[in-house]
Ligand binder design. Structure first.
Ligand SMILES: Cc1ncc(COP(=O)(O)O)c(C=O)c1O
Length: 330
């Protein structure tokens, strides 16, 4: 197939890892989507959403996209808009990672910041602002990552087939972090379409309202939701695991120290969820998980002891966070 240059998402490696847990009888595969040009799985989502708008004629070269994003979709849309000659306004809230905003701006995006409303629902406030901007900018469109089926389709057509090809298939469990639930839903669609036995584990944040969760403070971006997105109505994971932010930090640091993979908070949550499940699994179980994004934009949060102490109130846990035991030889 002819290369499309920097337009289409890359086929990222799916690698077998064996140093993360002391579980020599479990096979674990990591899908390295942190290697996408935009640094995350959202490269696929952004590409799918824009393709849909272009092919339906709703968006043309020289047009404008307005989207609510807490970080990664914004970075990916900003990058995709560069290569497609489209303008981009990212509507963000104060949870947004400052480095993510700098990345978007480096790609030429305009940042529109929403204050936290009295009810604390940042996601709803961002969606209101998107609608205002669409009214103000004639001919502008939103990609609607929360409701567009182009979002899961991108993952049904690329993420899951690549995981199967890279791992050899026959997976017992797939671990995916959830926000719009687009990645999960796309993988679920592929699994059902092909009659696979793979169970999907949805990894969410404590404080997210997805899958019946109760709203609460969330400081780390990437996973979780303040209101239930339309897509989530079709998401039917086999298991839902809600993870505390301090556990995400621990998961990230484990992955970095044991496997040399520097990932973001949602992948840390996945590592923590796998750590809980692995001891319960039968010998020979085969697992795959998404490495959704790079840890570089989290150096000042997840990987910064001072930030963790101050924001996650974790003085007593710092020893276990910083001193990661060496796993025994496998
Ligand atoms: C860091 C991160 N975590 C989790 C996800 C899954 O998000 P969603 O449920 O919106 O597909 C993504 C998707 O790209 C991501 O970039």
């Amino acid at each position: 197939m002819a290369s499309q240059g920097t337009l289409t998402p890359f086929i990222t490696p799916t690698v077998k890892i064996n140093r993360l847990f002391e579980s020599p009888h479990i096979e674990i595969y990591a899908k390295l989507d942190l290697l996408q040009l935009a640094g995350s799985t959202k490269e696929r989502t952004a590409n799918g959403l824009i393709e849909e708008l272009l092919s339906s004629g709703k968006l043309r070269t020289g047009g404008m996209i307005v989207e609510s994003t807490s970080g990664n979709l914004g970075i990916a849309l900003a990058r995709q808009c560069v290569v497609r000659g489209v303008n981009f306004i990212a509507v963000v809230d104060e949870n947004a990672n400052p480095i993510a905003l700098e990345l978007m701006q480096a790609y030429g995006a305009t940042i529109n910041r929403v204050e936290t409303p009295a009810d604390g629902n940042k996601l709803a406030a961002r969606r209101r602002r998107v609608n205002e901007l669409l009214e103000q900018n004639l001919g502008s469109v939103t990609t609607n990552q929360y409701g567009s089926f182009a979002n899961p389709r991108a993952h049904c057509n690329s993420t899951m087939p690549e995981i199967i090809a890279g791992s050899g298939g026959n997976l017992d469990y797939l671990f995916v972090a959830t926000s719009t639930t687009g990645t999960l839903l796309g993988c679920q669609q592929y699994i059902r379409k092909h009659g696979l036995d793979t169970k999907i584990v949805a990894v969410d944040s404590v404080g997210s309202v997805l899958f019946g969760g109760t709203t609460g403070t969330r400081r780390l971006p990437g996973l979780g939701a303040g209101i239930v997105p339309e897509l989530a109505a079709s998401a039917e994971p086999d298991l839902v695991v809600q993870i505390e932010e301090i556990e995400m930090v621990r998961g990230c640091r484990l992955l970095a120290r044991r496997e040399g993979i520097l990932a973001g908070a949602s992948t840390g949550a996945i590592v923590s969820a796998m750590e809980k499940l692995v001891p319960t699994l039968r010998e020979g179980s085969r697992l795959a998980f998404m490495v959704h994004d790079s840890g570089v934009p989290y150096l000042q949060t997840v990987y910064n002891d001072q930030w963790v102490r101050t924001n996650l109130n974790s003085e007593s846990n710092m020893e276990t966070l910083v001193e990661v035991d060496e796993p025994s030889d496998q």
